[in-house]
Write a protein that binds this ligand. Sequence first.
Ligand SMILES: Cc1cc2nc3c(=O)[nH]c(=O)nc-3n(C[C@H](O)[C@H](O)[C@H](O)COP(=O)(O)OP(=O)(O)OC[C@H]3O[C@@H](n4cnc5c(N)ncnc54)[C@H](O)[C@@H]3O)c2cc1C
Length: 387
Amino acid sequence: MKYQHLFVHFEHDDGNPANVSFEMLGEARRLMDDFNRKYSLNEKVIAIILGHNTKPLCEKAIHAGADAVIFADHPELRYPKIMLDTKVICSIVRDRKTVAKAVEVSEDYEKPRYMFFGADAIGRHLSSTVLAELESGLASDVNKLVVDDVIITHEHKTKGKPEKYEKISFMYRPDFSGFLWTQILCLDNKNPEIASEFSPQACSIIPGVFQPVIDKSRKGNIVEYEPTFAGKDLRIRITKREIIKSEVPLEDYNVVVAFGRGIKDAPESNIKLIEQFAKVLNAEVAISLPLSKQPYPVSQSIKSTYFIPARVVGTSGKKIKPKLYVAIGISGAAQHIIGMKESEFVVSINPDPDAPIKDESDVYIQGRMEDVLPALIDSVKKLKGGK
Ligand SMILES: Cc1cc2nc3c(=O)[nH]c(=O)nc-3n(C[C@H](O)[C@H](O)[C@H](O)COP(=O)(O)OP(=O)(O)OC[C@H]3O[C@@H](n4cnc5c(N)ncnc54)[C@H](O)[C@@H]3O)c2cc1C
C-alpha cells in the first residue's frame, strides 16, 4: 500500500500545546478505530511534533490518541516558520525509514493516507504549503469526517464511467453562513488520459469542534527525526518575538454585544443603536467576520472603531465566554458559533426564525434590530433606575 496511516500535525506554542492538537488526536483516534474495524486493517495515528525541547509533548500526544509520535527537535524549529516546517514535515512523511521506526509500513509506502492540521492562523497556512509540496488537495475548516467507499461518475475524473473509490475521507465544512454542509472529497483521476493519484487526503480542522479523549495509560512509540537544513532554508531568522495584546480585550468583559450583516438596511444608525445598547449594559462590542471586511459605507470613525479584525468572534477571531452574549443580526454560522458557544447566556435578535443562532440562544427575540433595540435600551435604563 503506497498510502498509509493518519498523520496529525501537533501544534504548540514553544511547548504549550494548542487545544486543537488534542481535539484532532481525539477525532483521529475515533476515525482510525472505525476505519480499522470497517476495513480489517491496522493503520495508525501518528503525531508529528516540530520544536525545540518539546520531547515532553510526545507523551501527551500518545495519551491523546496517537499510536506513535515522530518529533524533530532543533533550535531553528522553536517557533513556526512556514517554509522550514513544510520542508521538515514533508521529509518526515515521505521518509519510509523514519515512519517504519514508528509504526509498521508496507514495502511500497510513499506518503500518508490522511493528514490533519489545525484550522488556525498557523495550521491553515502550513497545511496549504505542505499539501502543495506533497502534490495533493486540502479541505479547509472541516468540522465532520466520515470514511467510506463511493461510486463516482464524472466527466473528467472518470471519463464519464462509474468508478469505485475506496477509503475516501468525506470532509464536511459549513458554507453559506452555515446553512449548507459541503462535502469535500480528494479523488484520484481514474480517467486514463489524465490518470494521477492524490494522497494524502488532508484537511484543516476547526478548533473547538471535536472532543479530546485523554487516556494516560496509553503507550506508543516515540521516534526522533533529525532534520538537516541547507543555507537557503535558514533565510528567516527570528530575532525578537512579542505577543501583542489585543486592542479590544473582548475576553475581559462580562457582557459582549455582537453585530453582523443584519445592520445592512441602515448601517450607521444601527451601529449607533448598538453602541447605546452596549453602553447601558457596560458591554464591549464584537462583530462577525464579514464586518471586518468593511462591507458598508459608513463614517471613517465607525469604520476604524468597529470594522476591525480585533473585534471578530469565531474561528478567525476570538473565542470568548462572557456571562452574557447578545448576537444582533448574526445568522450563526458554525465559524462564528465556535467563538461564542461557551458564553453563559446567549440572547439573539433576528427576524429569521430559521437562523442557526436561534438554536444557540437561551432567549431568541424574533424581530428587526431597528424595532427591538430601542425598546431594550429603554427597558434596561428603567431597570437601572433611569440612569
Ligand atoms: C474559513 C472561514 C472562516 C470564517 N471565520 C469566521 C469567524 O471567525 N467569525 C465569523 O463570524 N464568521 C466567520 N466566517 C464567515 C461565516 O461563514 C459567515 O459567513 C458569517 O459568520 C456570517 O456573518 P453574519 O452572521 O454577520 O451574516 P449573515 O449570515 O448574512 O447573517 C445576517 C443575519 O442578519 C439577520 N438580519 C437581517 N436583517 C436584520 C435586522 N434588521 N435586524 C436583525 N437581524 C437582521 C438575517 O436574518 C441574518 O440571519 C468564516 C468563513 C470561512 C469560510
